[in-house]
Design a protein around this ligand. Sequence first.
Ligand SMILES: [Zn+2]
Length: 218
Amino acid sequence: MQRIVDIGRRIELIPMDPHFHDITIGLYQQQSVNAIIGKATPVFLVHTYSHIAGAAERIENVRQAMQTLGGMLKTPEGLLYFPCGSAHQLGCRRVFLEACKLASHTDAEPRPLNILDKKSRLTITVDSIGDGGYRVTADGEGRRAARRVSAIAGGLMKLGEMESVETDGGDTVAFDCGYTHDALVGLLLTRAPNVRITLREEEMSATRGVLSAPSQQL
Ligand SMILES: [Zn+2]
């Protein structure tokens, strides 16, 4: 009889980790009582079935990088969660993918809340306005700048499951949990200008993951 350990639902997969012997690393979502928050909240497990020496250290490395890149916290059991207690599943998946790209968590740095937008050559800045809200601005004026601001705000909404906040400029988005998530927003901001390409890449890697993952990983 096979032993079944419930480690949660797999929500993301790195079929072959280029930084550690091509092992498969999965991200799993569970629901568990979080003693620190004091109620059942979504928590995330980074897991590999590989028993190669050093695999556990690699997993710990990814976990630490996720804490830095996504502003996530860790339970005593090593499960990751956001301080607000919300899942932010899409955001967490992106944090995981970016963390796995790094050879070591010591390379992980929280991303700043501004980027140079290659398309418009404008610097795009995101400011926390409280209650989980973020306002996107550009260091330029005119229709083109306004269009980029609104496109990047739209990118943040798609990548981070953020909501639009009613403003004149279509430049403000918010997390429905009402918490600030500066690290997560900084990370999403690096992808927001190319949201379509990012989503297409993710779709392709998800398909690849399904094809190349060892069947049910038994
Ligand atoms: Zn939140």
